[in-house]
Design a binder for this molecule. Sequence first.
Ligand code: HEC
Ligand code: HEC
Length: 296
Amino acid sequence: MPRLLRTLAVIGLMAATFVWYVTLPAVRDTSALEALTGNPVNGEMVFWASGCASCHMAPGATGADQLILAGGLALPTQFGTFYAPNISSDREQGIGGWSIAAFAHALQDGVTGDGAHEYPAMPYLAYVKMAPQDLVDLKTFLDTLPASATPNIPHDLTFPFSLRSTLGVWKLWAGQPDYVMTGDLPPVLTRGRYLAEALAHCGECHTPRDELGALRQSAWLSGAVIDAGKVKVPNITPAKLVWTQEEIFTYLTTGSTPEFDYAGGAMAHVVDNLAHLPKSDIMAIVAYLRAAHPIP
Ligand code: HEC
Ligand code: HEC
């Protein structure tokens, strides 16, 4: 019996070491990014398309203040409340002075500046599909924005989610999902898919999640409940979203619905972001929505 226990203890220890090892934060090789030169004009487009301000501006900021990325927005979830950090150009409190490598790790690998796992409250499983040039352009644009010395608010999470090391298991569980819309797509859908799935992360709010908070790819855009169960997000697949092309376009750029209602909650700021994009990009998102798999 003691021998069996000893064997079990050894096996348990080996399994724990294995899980710990395979779930250590891993980062990509960024040498290709370092060779690129950033274009801040395109970077601004990537910024609005990706909705960075929605989470990282001071809560409720409007107009030019949306470009002061002081952080502080509370993001309630069933695991506790996350607070978006300061990503302004401040060298102490923000990310001023971060290398392109550190920036890419935070945006695409889910690894923080000090090498720990990052919480998926930051939508890195969408941004991982961001094109290298767009990533570099975005960083160049962020470097031109004002500094804010606002300190970060620590997240308020329940145990064991308060331990960043547990996120390695989450990453294994969620995997690194590829595009949901597949096949041989015409250019307008390729662009629409890039905008919707990689940058604007529509699925982060409109797709239901499993028990561990990973997006259910098979139920893509079919509606979800966010903000720790308080907010219902509508199904926007063609099974439910029956508006015409023009109606969807008007909604995404102005927030007005065909029922004379107005986009509310988190969607209101998504509309503010999309209003900065060229008409052709909004048309591409509309085309993407209309081509999405209908889910009742
Ligand atoms: C849905 C809300 C949300 C959106 C949208 C979002 N972020 Fe974040 N971001 C967060 C949260 C929450 C964290 C903190 C994650 C953590 O502590 O692990 C974070 C962390 C970061 C960090 C790491 C900061 C640090 O001090 O470690 C960077 C850099 C960052 N975000 C940049 C961006 C950029 C650039 C965009 C747009 C492309 C963006 N974020 C969009 C919520 C968001
Ligand atoms: C941060 C969360 C969030 C993100 C990201 C988001 N949405 Fe929404 N969306 C919502 C919420 C919440 C509503 C409901 C708004 C309301 O009640 O007025 C909504 C409503 C909508 C509607 C109206 C549907 C209806 O039947 O009334 C459309 C269309 C839509 N979103 C499309 C999109 C697209 C396209 C994207 C990506 C470009 C996107 N959303 C990204 C949260 C989000």
